[in-house]
Design a binder for this molecule. Structure first.
Ligand SMILES: C[S@@+](CC[C@H](N)C(=O)[O-])C[C@H]1O[C@@H](n2cnc3c(N)ncnc32)[C@H](O)[C@@H]1O
Length: 292
């Protein structure tokens, strides 16, 4: 059943028209190393956001590392911008950076003496305030394997060039990125909440641009604490959006079948994984006039 559904569409739409992006050509704006991060998709997102004249109203309901919202804010492509994230640890970082304690967090990171002992003491501290949770989230994101915050992840042992837990700890870079966000924070509203609720509330907003990057069906389980979402419901909701949207997924028969079922248009795009394997992802959008 599923295979029949995807056959014709799959062949028609399967020719990747774009080359793999060199990620080094995209400015890194996020304080997070984000598993499944969309830095590689930024050149495509720029085209999508510029399909009509003027600055657009952007909503990023599965914000994670927030690279799309940040890029749109810095490059004056969108205003206002709404970011939504359900994970409490990730949300704490955005709340602190965007809503008041930006400088505290930047300085805490810059002045922190990273040793195994200090990191463990910081992570085990009792009665953490929001700002402490934000700091610990950044710390874990930098010193845990692959930046993975989900349960079961652990401290880097040898790290890059045997540098141990400090191999991904760049305090000056993190300081600069967090302070830079301070200059664009008035454009961004952060909601610690549920993507489905926030999409649903804006279905009829013809001016809204939705950038939707949900936890994927295959890798999500390993990478994120919140990986279980109702994918079919997301397709159903997306089909009701009256504004513009871009929904990204891994290219699997299941995803193509849902796209076909809800009559959504899609293209494939090549990308390189962190292990340098080339694979395709699916981009679903209300139109593709902006694509070529
Ligand atoms: C694929 S990641 C987004 C990565 C992001 N585009 C980037 O480039 O950094 C998906 C994110 O959605 C979050 N999430 C999962 N379920 C959610 C929900 N129901 N509402 C809001 N966020 C959710 C996860 O915690 C994760 O941070």
């Amino acid at each position: 059943m599923m295979n029949n559904q995807l056959s014709i569409f799959a062949e028609l739409q399967d020719t990747p028209t774009q080359a793999v992006v060199n990620v080094a050509s995209v400015p890194q704006r996020s304080p997070f190393r984000y598993p499944g991060g969309k830095t590689w998709l930024i050149p495509t997102v720029r085209k999508w956001l510029q399909q009509e004249a003027g600055t657009v109203k952007l909503i990023e309901p599965f914000a994670g590392g927030g690279i799309v919202s940040l890029t749109a804010a810095f490059e004056n492509l969108a205003d206002p911008i709404v970011m939504v994230e359900k994970d409490e640890e990730v949300a704490a970082v955005w709340e602190v950076i965007l809503n008041g304690q930006n400088q505290w967090l930047a300085e805490k990171i810059y002045s922190f003496d990273l040793t195994h002992e200090n990191a463990t003491a910081e992570l085990n501290k009792a009665d953490k305030q929001l700002q402490d949770i934000a700091f610990c989230t950044i710390l874990k994101n930098r010193i845990f394997h692959g930046g993975i915050l989900a349960k079961g992840s652990g401290l880097i042992k040898n790290g890059e060039k045997g540098k141990g837990i400090a191999s991904r700890w760049y305090p000056k870079t993190l300081y600069d990125r967090i302070r830079a966000i301070n200059h664009v924070k008035d454009k961004i509203r952060f909601i610690a909440g549920d993507a489905f609720t926030e999409i649903e509330q804006r279905l009829k907003d013809k001016e809204a641009y939705f950038f939707i990057d949900p936890p994927y069906t295959v890798a999500g389980r390993r990478l994120y604490t919140h990986f279980e979402i109702d994918h079919e419901r997301l397709f159903d909701l997306t089909s009701q959006i009256q504004g513009r949207y871009m929904l990204t997924y891994d290219d699997t028969p299941e995803i193509r079948a849902w796209a076909d079922k809800y009559k959504l248009l899609y293209r494939t795009i090549p990308m390189k994984t962190t292990h340098h394997l080339e694979k395709n992802e699916i981009i679903i959008s209300d139109n593709f006039e902006w694509w070529e």
